[in-house]
Ligand binder design. Structure first.
Ligand SMILES: [Mg+2]
Length: 403
């Protein structure tokens, strides 16, 4: 299971606002439809493909659009309605995998790396996702798949229907780029397809002879650095398909934690340590339930005199189990000079990432013991999930009052 190739999908609803209007008014089917800002100097927010045939584009002044196609149907935006559809879109995605990063109302990255058992190969998975979205929202979307966000996003753009003056050609709405093909796939594309390249950077790059992605490799790095500074490395990496950005589920949840206020201040070091271990179990269970792992753990202690101290630690090790947490937390506590009586202890984790990635790192790790511990703990949490918290209790038997 070690080193599974990453499978990232980018899902993007086609002409979201315009399509949404057509869904609730079928008399618009086949007509050019433009959703626009309602002020007199408004801009086009979303033209459907029929409207694009006339050259209408997003962000174009409505006045210009009306010159290009006076007969199009111009509609004001209904954001409440769109946000309701967007929620349904997100719920479909989250029912497929917990690893969803919403980029905007109609766009998301999904990490499908661990889904081959439940959803099959990426080609079957995305077909299923596309059908589910159509069922739930009546909207079509385009899906790109690659081993990185860069490739997935470009692939979804290329999977979109093609518009010419005469016609709109609808394809399958899906483009999957195989890992071995990615470099070749990127090489011939205009450099503006790479993340962070807007019209300004594009013309600067053109001035030094970079038009296609592959041109980046011919130009001395120092020349590119003059334009992009610190971002140079990221740009060059993306151009080679080495975009290591993860699907950031923490956009949904940034941290996760638990706090305990004691009935009476606790001064005994052994008892404090036991309480901290108990908190580690609570937080580990929270991670398990959210299907997440963490990079950073933070300990907060409030002393009897109401002073508070917080201590964070990021070791590079991915934190999954209560033992991963308690190794760090107890060590932090043991190193504290100030050990007066404590009235509150809190523990939180941040730097959250999908558990499946932690699992991979885990197996590369030396310890099968650690792996066994994780399995055992997950079983305990699973039993607790099914049969209630009292079914199995793990950790020291101290039951502090919980808030
Ligand atoms: Mg879209």
């Amino acid at each position: 299971m070690a080193n599974l190739p990453r499978v990232i999908a980018h899902v993007d609803i086609d002409c979201f606002f315009a399509s949404a209007e057509i869904v609730r008014n079928t008399s618009l089917v086949g007509k050019p439809v433009v959703v626009a800002g309602s002020s007199p100097r408004g801009v086009v927010l979303s033209p459907n493909y029929e409207a694009r045939r006339f050259g209408i584009r997003s962000a174009m002044p409505v006045e210009t659009a009306k010159k290009l196609c006076p007969s199009a149907v111009y509609l004001a935006a209904n954001h409440h309605y769109y946000s309701d559809l967007s929620k349904r879109f997100r719920l479909v995605l989250e029912s497929v995998t917990p690893y969803v990063e919403m980029i905007s109302v109609d766009e998301a990255f999904l990490d499908l790396s661990g889904t081959s058992l439940t959803l099959g190969a990426p080609s079957e998975a995305v077909k299923y996702i596309r059908e589910r979205i159509l069922d739930e929202t009546s909207l079509t979307c385009s899906i790109g798949v690659g081993s990185s966000k860069t490739v997935a996003k470009i692939a979804s753009q290329l999977a979109k229907p093609k518009v010419s003056r005469d016609q709109v050609s609808y394809g399958t709405g899906v483009l999957i780029v195989q890992p071995t093909e990615e470099r070749k796939f990127l090489a011939t594309l205009p450099v503006s397809y790479l993340p962070g390249i807007g019209p300004k950077s594009e013309s600067k790059l053109a001035s030094i002879g970079v038009v296609k992605v592959s041109d980046l490799e011919r130009i001395p790095r120092s020349t590119i650095e003059k334009i992009f500074g610190k971002s140079t490395e990221f740009l060059l990496d993306c151009g080679k398909g080495n975009d290591l950005r993860e699907v950031d589920v923490s956009r949904r949840k940034k941290s996760l934690g638990h706090e305990t206020t004691f009935d009476q201040d606790v001064g005994d070091v052994k008892k404090v340590r036991a309480h901290l271990q108990d908190l580690c179990v609570e937080v580990a269970e929270g991670l398990f339930r959210s299907n997440l792992a963490a990079k950073t753990v933070t300990l907060k202690l409030k002393y009897a005199d109401f002073t508070t101290s917080t201590h964070s630690r990021t070791t590079g090790q991915i934190l999954v189990t209560s033992r991963d947490l308690s190794d760090q937390v107890l060590d932090m506590y043991d190193r504290l000079q100030m050990k007066g009586p404590i009235r509150l202890a809190g523990l939180s984790v941040s730097g959250l990432l999908p558990r499946v990635h932690a699992h991979q790192l885990f197996l590369l790790d030396e310890t099968t013991d650690r792996d066994r511990y994780k399995d055992l703990e997950e079983t305990v949490f699973e039993v607790r999930r099914r049969y209630g918290r009292e079914a199995v209790y793990k950790g020291p038997r101290i039951r502090p009052e919980r808030q």
